[in-house]
Design a protein around this ligand. Structure first.
Ligand SMILES: NC(=O)C1=CN([C@@H]2O[C@H](COP(=O)(O)OP(=O)(O)OC[C@H]3O[C@@H](n4cnc5c(N)ncnc54)[C@H](OP(=O)(O)O)[C@@H]3O)[C@@H](O)[C@H]2O)[C@@H](O)CC1
Ligand SMILES: [K+]
Length: 506
């Protein structure tokens, strides 16, 4: 797992570490690591034209010291400064080895430097940045984006919020981000993560001072460790039975996709309950499904082999029959995944108290909203607010409903009241089509039924779902049905990553 910590936590750890070290040690370590990563991007350091964009704080200091290191190796380094101050010692170090430092004015000469650069280093703002970029920082970010050279962000791309990934206005778009000590949550979460490019962590010795993570991001090898059925416990998992209450006469495909998602993720048995015509369609596509009565009171305890988990809501409808069904499911002592129409019912003001039923549950519950559904569940924000600050709102919902929340979207975020948030690294625009959420609900449901704990099940399901989208047709556009073919490939890939000596980066 990759760890991320918020700015306050980083500052405290930094303070504790600095108290034991000679002054300037951390910045030297950071700048050395940064210079190494910059050099790797260049065919040759000697003679390379490097432009540093330098803000008034220590982020600029890192850039200046790294620039000095590169200038010592023969690079031609120019620093364009923005803001009222400049890191004096860093600027002096760069000048001492022949580098130039001048204020950015937006002149033709500045533009020519940026456009002619072989490498641009973004040392405008790091963890001290607040809100959208002011001028002239914003103008520098725009000019860097228009220049052909790769951009390396120091600690994080300037203009993204380190804690949330929020971008207000302009932000630097980096090809590589070299971050120090620990990852920052904003590097994992869109819209910030999308600006960060590849991310490299430079160890500056902060580790022992850091508490547990605020945010985690898994790699393929972590998923391999969470997948059921690979070890001695395979038998136990094979017995998992999943009850699915999805689809309706209006949305029959939702049932077929949810059942398929579960079967292709590996589950002992799927018991499907739905309207007759829908059941027929499910059985035609997935004859291994066991059909059970629609009666809402029998949603969870159905025939031989009691369900181990329930998926409810995808394409199901929002009438009183479906509300009865959701009520019965929530009253059970089984892990429950509530999706789509189930979430709409929970947000309804019809006095049924479905949200309170979720709060009162002692068995695990997972809500799987997209941004619009989460906004409705929370009631006091709109979809845009949720998309801009995904982590904050997913966490708020998890606290409010006392359960796990998987917020779908550009970066899928999983929050739980008692655990660090987890972000899924495999999200892809390929998933932005109808029905993909139904497949996800089945996949996560299968993992729940196999005994995987709720946050891990949500994470594994989301991870495999994203990989399935890419693997189904080698990155070409897919439909939700194609995901069902991608899932076994994604599982096989994750298992390979779990084998010693074979590490696929997620
Ligand atoms: N922590 C660690 O372990 C280590 C940290 N290190 C490095 O230190 C960095 C943090 O340095 P930092 O604290 O000096 O803050 P930094 O990010 O340079 O920016 C502060 C300046 O930005 C300005 N400013 C703010 N918002 C703005 C806006 N929207 N638009 C425009 N300007 C804005 C603000 O100006 P003001 O608002 O005060 O006028 C302030 O002067 C960290 O990211 C890492 O690179 C490493 O060297 C070693 C280990
Ligand atoms: K930066």
């Amino acid at each position: 797992m990759l760890n991320a910590h918020t700015v306050d936590v980083v500052r405290e750890a930094e303070g504790a570490l600095m108290a034991r070290l000679p002054e300037g040690t951390l910045m030297r370590r950071a700048a050395t690591g940064l210079a190494v990563e910059c050099a790797r991007l260049l065919p040759s350091v000697y003679g390379a034209r490097i432009v540093l964009m330098v803000g008034s704080g220590d982020n600029g200091g890192d850039a200046l010291y790294a620039g000095a290191g590169l200038a010592r190796r023969g690079a031609m380094v120019r620093a364009l400064t923005a803001g009222s101050r400049v890191h004096d010692a860093g600027a002096a170090a760069l000048r001492a080895v022949g580098g130039r430092v001048r204020a950015f004015t937006g002149s033709g000469a500045d533009g020519a430097d940026l456009f002619g650069a072989d490498l641009i280093v973004d040392g405008l703002l790091g963890i001290g940045g607040r809100g959208g970029l002011r001028e002239p920082h914003a103008e520098l970010a725009v000019q860097a984006a228009n220049a052909p050279a790769p951009v390396v962000a120091v600690d994080l791309p300037s203009g993204i919020d380190a804690d949330t990934g929020e971008v207000a206005g302009h932000a630097v778009r980096a090809d590589l981000t070299v971050t120090f000590g620990t990852h920052k949550p904003g590097l994992f979460i869109d819209p910030g993560s999308e600006r960060a490019g590849r991310v490299r962590l430079v160890d500056i010795g902060l580790g022992p001072e850091l508490p547990g993570s605020d945010v985690l991001r898994p790699q393929a090898v972590d998923i391999a460790g969470l997948l059921p059925g690979s070890g001695a416990e395979a038998d136990k998992y094979r017995r998992g039975v999943l009850a699915i209450r999805a689809g309706s006469d209006r949305f029959r495909g939702a049932a077929v996709l949810a059942v398929g998602g579960a079967l292709r993720t590996g589950v002992g048995m799927v018991k499907y309950g739905g309207p007759e015509r829908v059941t027929d369609q499910v059985l035609a596509r997935w004859p291994e499904t066991v059909a059970v009565p629609l009666d809402p009171r029998r949603s969870t305890d159905l025939g031989p082999g009691r369900a181990a988990a329930v998926v409810v809501g995808s394409g199901r409808g929002t009438d009183s029959g479906e509300a009865d069904e959701l009520e019965a499911v929530l009253d059970s002592d089984l892990p429950v995944l509530v999706d789509a129409d189930g979430l709409t019912l929970m947000s309804g003001k019809d006095g049924r108290g479905l949200a309170d039923r979720v709060r009162d549950r002692s068995a695990p519950t997972l809500l799987t909203p997209h941004a619009g559904e989460l906004a409705r569940l929370l009631g006091d924000v709109d979809r845009g607010d949720v998309e801009a600050r995904r982590l904050e709102h997913a966490r708020r919902a998890a606290r409010s409903f006392g359960c796990a929340v998987l917020l779908k979207g550009s970066t899928t975020v999983i929050a739980h009241p008692d655990a660090p948030a987890v972000v899924n690294p495999t999200g892809t625009p390929l998933l932005a089509s109808a029905g993909t959420g139904d497949v996800l609900s089945g996949a996560v449901g299968a993992l729940l039924a196999s005994g995987v704990p709720v946050v891990e099940a949500a994470l594994c399901g989301a991870y495999l779902h994203g990989r399935a989208a890419r693997l189904a047709h080698g990155g070409a556009p897919i439909s939700a049905s194609d995901l069902l073919d991608g899932l076994p490939l994604a599982i096989a890939e994750a298992r390979r990553a779990g084998r010693p000596g074979d590490h696929h980066e997620g």
